[in-house]
Design a protein around this ligand. Structure first.
Ligand SMILES: [Zn+2]
Length: 315
């Protein structure tokens, strides 16, 4: 297959720019095709399929075309000491074509940045690699056909320290969501989950008895100090001790209050009622899917052949 280099503009002995008559048509073709709506990927593909090579003898890629499309010398602009001289070199591409290409590039850039920003990875911080237990992080890449491939990949695998393959975003999110929905509409499973949540909330409250015991001790000490004061023993150190104990008492009381409000005791009925609300969510709405996963899924451990979902309960 023929190898054609793309050194289009060469400097001749008199330091004048000349168009290489052989290669100029290829440059013109590239601009024309992009201006008419072909994607960079398609053009790159066809150039390489024809065995064409860049100036450096390499295959074409996105970068080659991106650089070409921003190089004004193709429409005849000559750069000299920071000054643009239109018509300073022979033009290969008309100004009109160049402008169309420029506009398409700007539009595509905007579109792809927008796509990237708007896409939400709902399993972020919840999905873990079954092989090494690293977090699997969401990312995207542009495929050769121009489509965007979104995936989650093990953070260690990104550093080549784990061989877990990336998984397609849509696939894993759908899978997790379907499992959650299945549990949500399984009365028996839901009943079990509600029981476990009650037990968990009780467990959380084990902190309160500890704090109450501490409070009792502090109050006993305060009583003793007060007795000493009543008996006429008032030294500076006793007074300081009393203040210290009173501050401690206040702090413990505050901590107890905090515990009580952060983990209120819920009955099984209350929990089932709250879970039932999730059943009524309209899951054709993207935000509701997110809410469901965010509220009920604590973590997902992804193995090659199975997946383990840990549920939690966030009101
Ligand atoms: Zn891994």
């Amino acid at each position: 297959m023929a190898t054609v280099c793309l050194t289009v503009i060469t400097v001749n002995e008199e330091k004048h720019f000349q168009i290489d008559p052989l290669k100029a048509p290829i440059v013109a073709e590239i601009f024309e095709r992009y201006a008419q709506g072909e994607s960079i990927t398609e053009i790159v593909h066809s150039l390489n399929a024809r065995g064409l090579k860049t100036q450096k003898g390499k295959a074409f890629n996105h970068g080659t075309l991106n650089r070409m499309f921003t190089n004004k010398s193709y429409m005849g602009v000559y750069h000299y000491s920071g000054i643009e001289i239109p018509g300073g070199v022979p033009a290969i591409v008309s100004e009109d074509t160049f402008k169309v290409v420029e506009r398409r590039m700007a539009q595509n850039k905007h579109a792809s940045a927008k796509n990237k920003a708007e896409e939400k990875y709902v399993l972020t911080t919840k999905l873990f690699c079954g092989k090494c237990h690293s977090m699997m992080v969401g990312d995207s890449a542009q495929k050769k056909n121009g489509n965007i491939y979104r995936y989650y990949k093990c953070a260690s695998a990104k550093r080549h320290e784990c061989d877990k393959k990336a998984v397609r975003k849509e696939w894993i999110e759908e899978l997790v969501l379907n499992k959650v929905i299945k549990v949500l509409f399984d009365d028996e499973a839901l009943d079990k989950i509600a029981d476990e949540i009650v037990a968990l909330l009780d467990e959380d409250n084990k902190v309160i008895p500890l704090l109450e015991a501490q409070l009792k001790e502090v109050r006993k000490s305060i009583d003793n100090v007060m007795k000493a004061i009543k008996a006429g023993i008032i030294t500076r150190s006793i007074k300081a001790k009393l203040e210290e104990l009173e501050a401690e008492e206040e702090q413990i009381e505050l901590n107890i209050l905090k515990e009580q409000t952060s983990s209120p005791k819920l009955t099984k009925e209350q929990i089932l009622f709250a879970l039932d609300k999730f059943r009524k969510l309209d899951l054709t709405i993207e935000a509701n899917k997110e809410r469901l996963i965010d509220s009920l899924v604590k973590c997902v451990l992804l193995y090659d052949d199975k997946l383990v979902i840990t549920f939690n309960f966030k009101k």
